[in-house]
Design a protein around this ligand. Structure first.
Ligand SMILES: Nc1ncnc2c1ncn2[C@@H]1O[C@H](COP(=O)(O)OP(=O)(O)O)[C@@H](O)[C@H]1O
Ligand SMILES: [Mg+2]
Length: 325
């Protein structure tokens, strides 16, 4: 099927474009003053912790060059760390370090990196190389998440994450994102990660996509992407819907990872989540969103909002699918 055919097919499924997302969702549902709560990952982390939503432990926050003095101590963690720009996005500027090794540190892709190179990387983060608008930034040093074995067959050297889209507190669509050899330990789709649609009612994987093309096996492991049960599914839906209560953002994408010991952890929140989730789910956002926009969700509690989102999902996905062109 050509890309054009696929897009036409998806359009019939209520696919939303960037313009409509920006006007109807971001501008309508996300007041600017609230967006700063999620643009900076250190602020999001603090909010989440206050609300008892578990996150990866923050080892250190480096704000200026004087903060660099403790860098070595922060990096010398047996199980590794992730270094990330506080105001970064799409996986840019993130380095996942497996742990210290002789003469340096081991990166997620297996290569060795010297302390001096990591120092230089952090200085680049501080200078704003990866931040929105190039403004000076802070660097987060975070414990490395060690992912649960369930995704071993379908990931390559990195941590898969689960993206859940939440509209007015109602979770409506979700996908699992898997790292690949291309994506360098990160699960971001722009970095070459694989997106796999999830059944919102059960948390079981469906089919996948990579670089906007539809796939059904993982490009590196060649194992089938569908039929995998994401563990802790109900807990993750609860974390995502509570992220709405904490931030007030009417349109958000919650990124959640599963640590083998700690269970689900909230990585970050996005106030402008991307639209590729529609390709991963072979379904547009519109039919899932429309019923939520037409409903007053303010009187519903978290469990009611989850049930509402699942009911919409069920009704949309049991309707006969239009034939692909
Ligand atoms: N603490 C961590 N441990 C291991 N991998 C991580 C960690 N933090 C991020 N990653 C990897 O990097 C990806 C992007 O991280 P995220 O915090 O969502 O930043 P971004 O805003 O750039 O998407 C995640 O999907 C995950 O694969
Ligand atoms: Mg992310």
């Amino acid at each position: 099927m050509s890309i054009l055919d696929r897009i036409i097919g998806l359009r019939r499924n209520g696919v939303m474009g960037l313009n409509e997302r920006n006007v109807r969702l971001v501008a309508e549902l996300n007041p600017r003053r609230l967006m700063r709560l999620v643009n900076d990952k250190s602020v999001t982390k603090q909010l989440a912790q206050e609300a008892n939503i578990p996150c990866p432990e923050l080892i250190g926050l480096i704000r200026g060059s004087f903060g660099m003095r403790n860098l070595k101590d922060m990096l010398d963690r047996e199980h590794g760390v992730a270094i990330k720009p506080a105001n970064g996005s799409q996986g840019n500027g993130i380095l996942v370090i497996m742990g210290p090794m002789k003469g340096g540190y081991r990166l997620a892709n297996g290569r060795r990196i010297l302390f001096e190179d990591l120092r230089f990387h952090v200085m680049n983060i501080l200078s704003g190389m990866y931040s929105l608008g190039g403004l000076p930034d802070a660097a987060l040093i975070e414990e490395r998440v060690r992912f649960a074995g369930v995704f071993d067959q379908v990931s390559f050297k990195g941590v898969p994450d689960i993206r859940i889209i939440v509209v007015k507190g109602v979770p409506i669509l979700a996908m699992l994102r898997l790292p690949t050899a291309d994506s360098d330990g990160k699960a971001n789709l722009h970095k070459g990660g694989v997106g796999v649609g999830l059944d919102l009612t059960t948390g079981v994987t469906r089919d996948g996509m990579q670089y906007d093309a539809i796939i059904d096996t993982h490009p590196d492991t060649a194992n089938s992407l569908s039929g995998i049960q994401v563990p802790h599914w109900d807990e993750m839906l609860m974390m995502a819907t509570r992220a709405y209560e904490v931030t007030g953002l009417g349109y958000l994408g919650a990124d959640i990872v599963i640590d083998a010991e700690k269970g689900p952890l909230l990585l970050e929140l996005n106030a402008r989540p991307g639209l590729a989730i529609q390709i991963a789910n072979r379904h547009g956002l519109r039919p899932h969103i429309e019923p939520v926009l037409n409903t007053d969700t303010s009187q519903m509690d978290a469990a009611e909002r989850i049930a509402f989102g699942q009911e919409i999902y069920r009704s949309v996905h049991t309707e006969p699918q239009p034939e692909a062109a």
